[in-house]
Structure formats: C-alpha cells, structure tokens
Design a protein around this ligand. Sequence first.
Ligand SMILES: [Zn+2]
Length: 470
Amino acid sequence: MPYTRLKRTLAGLGVACMLTLSAGAQTKIVAPKNNYSPADDVKLGREAATEASKELPMLNDQRVDDYVERIGRTLAGAIPPEFQHNEFRYTFDVVNQKEINAFALPGGPMFLNRGMLEAAKTEGEVAGVMAHELSHVALRHGTAQATKGQKFQIGSVLGQIAGAIVGGTAGSIISQGTQFGLGAAFMKYSREYESQADILGAQMLARAGYNPREMANMFKTIEAEGGSRGPEWLSSHPNPGNRYDAINREAGSLRVQGNATTGQFQDIQARLRGMSPAYTAEQIAKGQGRSNPQSTNTGSARTTVSVEPPSSQYRASSPFPFLRVSLPSNWSEVSGDETGITFAPDGGYRANGGRLEGVTHGFQIGVAQSTNGNLQQDTDQLVAAFAQSNPQLRRQEGYARESVGGRTGVRTTLSNQSDITGQPETISLATTRLSDGRLLYLVGVAPQRDAGTYNDVFRRVRQSVQLNER
Ligand SMILES: [Zn+2]
C-alpha cells in the first residue's frame, strides 16, 4: 500500500473513532454475585422447561416456531462474549396462551405466549421482549436472586427460582409440578435486575440489528394492555422506574448494526389470526390444552424418603466457636457457612454436588442480623424472611418464653410444605439474642406426621445449648 493511501486510511479511522466516542459510551453491565454454577442453571431450567412443555398448551406450529427461533438465534448471537456460557442452550417455543407473557428459564429455554406475538406492533417489539428475557438468562439472574436469599434458607431455595422468573399462570403451574415443589410462585425479579435486563437487552438488540427503542415501545404496549392481559409479564418483570426513558437514553448511545428484520412479521400475525382462539390463563389453570393430559399437578409422585429415627445417644458438637450443642449421634453436619449450620440423619436431606438443597428431618442453627426491635419482633422478621423462600410457611401459635443457653428466648411452631416431599412439615423455632445484638436461631424440621417424636428431640437439643461468648 503506498504511503499516502495508508496515511489517508489512518486519518479516516481517526475520524471514525472520534465519532464513536462522541456518541457516548454504552452502559457497562456487571453480572450480579452468584453462588451457583452455570451447570445448576442448566439443570434447573431444563427441569422447569420439561414441566412447562407438559403442562402448558404449546402452539406446535412449525412456521411460527421457526419464525421465533430465527429471531432468537440472531439475538443469542449478539450476547456479549463475557456473558456467554458454553453450557447454555437457547431454545424458543410458543405457548398457545392469550395473555401477554414470555419467560425464559435459567440455562436458556424461552417460552413466548401467542398473545405477545399478537399484541406486538412490529417484529422489533417481539425481539425487544426476547432480548430482555435473554439478558436475564445470560446474566444468570434467577440463581443470582437465589444467592441473595441463601442466608435465610430453611429448605431449598432452588425451587423458588423458576417461580421467580416465570410468574403468572405458567409460574404457578411449573411450581406445582417440579420436584423442587415451589409451592407458589410469588417472587419476581428485583428492580435492579430489571434495569440490567433492559440495558443489556437494548445493547443486544443494537448489535443484532434491531432498534432498541422498539423494546421500550413494547413495554408501553404491554402496560397499555392492562386489565387481564397486561399484568402477567409485569408481575414478574416490575418496572424499575422510568423504564421507557432509560431504554431510550441507552439507545441514544448505541449504533444499530445492520437490519435483522425478517420481513415475515405481517404473515405470522395473519397466520395467528386465522387460528382458533388461544387458551386463557383460566382455561389453562383448569388443565385445558395441556400437551400431556395424563399428567397431574398434585405432586403425588414426589420423592418419598426413608430416614432412620433419631438415636437416643447424643453427641456434643460446636458448630460455632461460641456455641456447644448435643445432637442425636446418627445426625451429622451436612452443610454450613458463617450464617448457619445444618445437622441431619442420612436420608433426611437432599444435597446436590455438595450443596444442601433441602432438609426434611434435622436441625439448623444460624445467626441473623437484628432489626433492633424486641426479640419477638426480630423473630417475626426472621419468619418473614424464611417465608420468602418457603411460601407455605405459617406460624401456628404465639410465642412462648423459653430459655436458650441460659438466656431469655422465645419459641414458636410453624407449619410448612416440604420442598422435597411435598408433605406438610412442622418447624420448631427458638431464638435468643447474642451479646453483639444479632439473633441466634434454632430450627428443627420434621414431617408433621412424626412431629410427636421429633418435638421431644428438638426440645432436648435446644436445652443442651451452651453459649460461651466473651
Ligand atoms: Zn425482566
């Protein structure tokens, strides 16, 4: 290359660089803290997806599925390298449901309601919702949310994740069917995660060749639907505030790379209009349109566990430097971190890859931050925190005074539905205050039918507690 041409080329590059900079830098996204592995995302998502395909009326129309798949592939190809996970498999399916909704499960499976495709005004709007959903998956928001709740874990929080990111009809159906036994799907993404998914979604849209402003438009469309058609999506994806403006502001810093629009949007909408009406949430809740009519939601097929009764021999243990306690000698420490330690017999818990997923029989000792109320109020707060990952948790009685390690404490009984067996369980909870003001809690978990035996054991364990604080 002659020198003069090289020089001119460099000058040209210089100008281009300046233009890019003056357009303003795009927002940098950092994936939230996550104690789970990408393989956990895959496993959880796969199970919930199997349940979703079984329980929801899938559209099963090749042309519509291909169309959605094509948009999805384009978008998945625009996920920034730092958020790509080799294990993840992005799949895209259409549910024959009227309400506007879409959800994506950890590890990649995405489901779009027919109502979403019908309500969209452009293909870019469809791509907008899909990019938002893909962003939650790529940033691993489901398991990140569970990570936040871990310190208040009684049983499994894994099971809550699908509920957290699905919501609405599908959420409650999936939650009843998975082996994790979610109970009810009432959680939702935090506002912080919502804004991350909006911003990363906008960036992915621009990279893929769609105008990110279309995502903002779609959210307006969803909000405008209101009534029975709007809230499903919004209930699991709350508006983080100024959503429309924030997306458009980000869009201002982005350059749309090419044009990915397929040109098939009108045809697909016409095709959908020609089909018999989609199922409503109410019909689906009654089991209509289910792909597998034989399957049930009753949870009757859940795991049954066989557990050796608690030994009458007790063994001392010191799970924290300041605490000694005696437990049945056939129980061992199955999990622990700085906030809590669990003792359980063989078969009385479920672990996966060394991490505790849930306890059916056992005792947990933990420390929680105090909210500076009195002991009962702090215990109420703790129960409320437990209930976030155990939606069936209910206090069965008032608080009784009980000494814990020689200090004033309170005790109560709670009922819950086991994440593992789906059966009712009884939880004995006692608390006292440590000298630094934090709350020490002692939790015994057993199936309700064995409560008589285990309540005696739990009482004996509590009475053995010795505190040696400075
Ligand atoms: Zn969202």
